[in-house]
Write a protein that binds this ligand. Structure first.
Ligand code: SF4
Length: 371
């Protein structure tokens, strides 16, 4: 049956104005949104380009050869990204994750990593600096990223069977090269390496046990992600979602599991350990077990828009402030003002009328703001 693909409406062209609040909001590290959620985790998309065409994120039919990527001049420079990130740290961010598209496609990324590694959290400690990648360029880049100050990587890998993997990335990319990238990351000390598998019922769910057998006992943390209705182009259907409970049952049928405590507040994955001590697996269940309650994540698009939720329809244009002569205090104040007004909790609303923005605006594409 042909994949359902919905034409793209270019969200990149719209933005909400990032207002400077009348009353300045100083960065105290204690910022909270309307639900009392602090700002702890900043995901920075450094490119809207990717060399894969995973159908659940960047379907080839939409992101085809005529697709217009953002002009380089519109992207935040490394210096601008670092300046904006500094204000987020002042508001309480402790963790920075670099994403894309495929972040390793951004030239000289290690320069940005080294700049971000110089920053400090409100406690005076370096931020936790991580990166999510499809692993295709990791074997070449791992050592330089580590030397620049990157601490950990998460690699997206949707199967071990080469034919399945090539079908999932839809650019015929061999799985062996991603496995080489994972090995290089471990060798470079970018661990513990995490591996994320998006499970799509009827497409790669038969790979669940293969993946578990391969990574258990390796020190690599394997996480299973429920297929999500991100963006507006992947033709998402609920009957292609395999709930985490079902994935867990499939693994437990061969390897008994025990629940583990969250490693940090706001963590997206539910952690489970192999009862025989052979490591842990995680389940990211945005569809069947929403985790908006303690979501402390903000997302910065590659050209400087602040999104408050992965499923948001619009972002706030911080670049206009950065390039418009705003001071650091003003920038921090605007970020504070935006976060204080945040009420996003899409996953709790999914499937209800309330989930619809009511403005007809469609959700932003994950390839644009990062997962
Ligand atoms: S749906 Fe939005 S608010 Fe909820 S956990 Fe995901 S990013 Fe956070």
């Amino acid at each position: 049956m042909a994949e359902r693909v919905i034409p793209l409406v270019d969200q990149r062209l719209t933005a909400l104005r990032a207002m400077l609040p009348e009353r300045s909001i100083p960065a105290t590290g204690l910022l909270a949104d309307t639900r009392g959620r602090p700002l702890r985790d900043l995901r920075i998309s450094v490119t809207d380009r990717c060399n894969f065409r995973c159908s659940y994120c960047m379907p080839k039919e939409v992101f085809d050869k005529d697709y217009q990527y953002l002009p380089h001049a519109s992207l935040l420079s490394f210096e601008e990204i670092t300046r904006v990130a500094r204000q987020f740290l002042a508001h309480g961010v402790h963790k920075i994750r670099l994403t894309g598209g495929e972040p390793l496609l951004r030239k000289n990324l290690e320069i940005l990593v080294s700049q971000l590694a110089q920053l400090r959290t409100v406690d005076g400690t370096p931020p936790e600096l991580t990166l999510t990648t499809n692993g295709s360029l990791l074997a070449r880049k791992a050592r330089a990223l580590k030397e620049a100050g990157l601490q950990r990587v998460t690699v997206s890998l949707d199967g071990l069977d080469d034919a399945v993997f090539r079908r999932m990335n839809d650019v015929d990319f061999p799985v062996a090269e991603v496995l080489e990238g994972i090995a290089a990351a471990r060798e470079a000390g970018l661990g513990p390496v995490k591996v994320n598998m998006v499970v799509k019922r009827g497409t790669n769910d038969h790979e669940i046990l293969t993946m578990a057998r391969h990574f258990r006992g390796s020190g690599i943390v394997l996480r299973f992600i429920e297929y999500m209705d991100v963006g507006a182009t992947n033709g998402w259907r609920m009957d292609e979602v395999m709930p985490s409970a079902e994935v867990r049952a499939r693994i437990a049928s061969e390897f008994p599991l025990v629940p583990l405590d969250p490693a940090a507040p706001g963590e997206t994955a539910q952690r489970w350990g192999y009862a025989d001590g052979a490591g842990e697996v995680g389940f990211i269940s945005s569809v069947t077990q929403a985790f908006c309650g303690d979501c402390n994540r903000a997302r910065l698009s590659t050209e400087g828009k602040l999104y408050l939720c992965l499923f948001a329809a619009n972002g706030y244009d911080l670049r206009a402030l950065v390039r418009g002569g705003a001071s650091d205090e003003e920038l921090a104040s605007a970020i504070g003002h935006i976060w204080q007004g945040r009420d996003d909790h899409y996953s709790e609303l999914r499937g209800t009328l309330a989930a619809d923005t009511g403005t007809g605006a469609r959700r932003v594409e994950m390839s644009y703001i990062g997962g």
